[in-house]
Ligand binder design. Structure first.
Ligand code: ADP
Ligand code: ASP
Ligand code: MG
Length: 423
């Protein structure tokens, strides 16, 4: 008997019919003798609908007071789907109980809309499992020290599931979604994308942080920190397929560095359309300038991603960085008010229609010329690179948004990702 956490995403929970299928699948695992904790997302589209209701009443939700209410609204989607699943499980003849985050409780900090899980009390859940129940716990939400409902950021149910698996020392955490694993790139963009049987934890972390929404980045961080065995697989296979086949399907996130596994130089391509670029042209090139520009941005709690500063000419330089697209107008307004008056004649410009495309692979550590192959591929397609950033296992470029799909497809071909690597 093993303790297994299942997570089902929005599409997997998208209708009462789908929820019925999920219940049948969970029942199959429970009848095989396993203890099951199930973490569902809201039904697909529901979180967007709920957020839309709030935004119709107040388009700019930036204060903590408004965000507190927004979280209370957004969290209801999971409350509905969790209890619907518990009803479906009982209809299958199982004993089942659903809990909201605050009932467990799943304790978080008070950073509304992007709270971090701090602690999970397992007492209640363990007692239910021991009594033979399937326990359903809402994804995406928790409760802070003052009893306020919080949410964990978009896609946060992945993190709920992995954190619960870590806290309960589950034998495995299975993330059921609408694709059958982690692919070399988003299979909805590149038809030839190939499913990876395994992906290293480090690569998965990079892919998630660079925009592959198949797993929320914090879920991967949790998996790494607590060594949670994590697998991404499809909820759209027939629920009654053989359990052993199902358990071995999808993509396993591996932690073994030297394990003999698929090892290409580049393992995957990620892309992100959520960023915007801001430039200050002709700022004085003197010590402290980066701090002068980015200090107020950090103070306003705005995350900065790619940063470049040009070589100076006549004591002046150009400085560019990217922020989340949601923060674009706020950042421009902030710089206009705080930084421009102090930078003697600098010009402020921006572009929200950019995207970041990244190649990821731990094989890049031991191979040279990977980045230059990326640049030559983009150049062959006539795509101009606006910014470049690299780390040991990734190279990212910022390009015009309209070339995103072209760039991803060309790079997928150039690095021969449609073919399985030799091991
Ligand atoms: P869920 O609702 O189950 O959480 P998500 O929509 O959050 O599902 O994540 C699954 C989606 O992630 C897929 O439908 C796919 O379009 C997208 N995706 C992006 N990059 C990848 C990738 N490298 N491999 C697989 N899926 C990816
Ligand atoms: N329902 C939330 C969202 O849409 C959380 C999740 O699905 O993981 O972002
Ligand atoms: Mg998701």
């Amino acid at each position: 008997m093993a303790l297994i956490v299942h997570k089902y995403g929005g599409t997997s929970m998208g209708s009462t019919e789908r929820i019925g299928q999920v219940a049948k699948r969970v029942a199959k695992w429970a009848r095989a003798g396993h203890q099951l904790v199930v973490v569902p997302s809201a039904m697909s589209g529901e979180t967007n609908r709920l957020l839309g209701l709030a935004k119709a009443l107040s388009p700019e939700i930036v204060t903590a007071e408004l965000q507190r209410e927004l979280d209370a609204v957004a969290s209801t989607g999971e409350q509905v789907s969790a209890s619907l699943l518990a009803i479906a499980l009982q209809a299958e003849g199982l004993q089942a109980v659903a809990y909201s985050g605050w009932q467990v409780p799943i304790r978080t900090d008070s950073a509304f809309t992007k709270a971090r899980i701090e602690e999970i009390d397992q007492t209640r859940v363990m007692a239910d499992l021991a009594a033979g129940k399937v326990v359903v716990i809402t994804g995406f939400q928790g409760v802070d020290a003052h009893g306020n409902v919080t949410t964990l950021g978009r896609g946060g149910s992945d993190t709920s599931a992995v954190a619960i698996a870590a806290a309960m020392k589950a034998d495995e955490c299975l993330i059921y979604t609408d694709v059958d694993g982690v692919y070399t790139t988003d299979p909805r963009i590149v038809e030839q994308a190939r499913r990876l049987h395994t992906i290293s934890f480090e690569e998965m972390l990079e892919m998630a942080s660079l925009g592959s929404k198949v797993l929320q980045i914090r879920s991967v961080e949790f998996a790494g920190k607590y060594r949670v065995p994590l697998r991404v697989l499809s909820s759209f296979t027939p629920w009654d397929i053989d359990l052993a086949t199902e358990a071995a399907s999808g993509t396993l996130i591996t932690f073994e560095e030297d394990e003999k596994m698929e090892r290409a130089v580049v393992s995957g391509i990620a892309f992100n359309r959520d960023e915007a670029k801001i430039s200050l042209l002709g700022v004085p090139d003197k010590p402290g300038i980066a701090f002068q520009i980015l200090g107020p941005v950090a103070d306003a709690n705005i995350d900065v991603d790619v940063i470049i500063q040009n070589v100076s000419h006549d004591g002046k330089t150009d400085f560019s960085f990217t922020v989340h697209r949601n923060e674009y107008t706020r950042t421009l307004a902030l710089l206009e008010a705080t930084v421009l008056p102090k930078t003697g004649g600098a010009k402020l410009t921006g572009d929200a229609r950019i995207c970041k495309v990244s190649i990821v692979g731990i094989g890049m550590r031991s191979h040279v010329g990977v980045a230059s192959r990326m640049f030559s591929t983009l150049s062959d397609e006539g795509i101009n690179i606006q910014m470049i950033t690299t780390s040991e296992i990734k190279t990212s470029v910022v390009i015009d948004e309209k070339y995103m799909e072209l760039a991803v497809r060309a790079l997928h071909r150039a690095f021969e990702l449609e073919q399985a690597p030799l091991v």
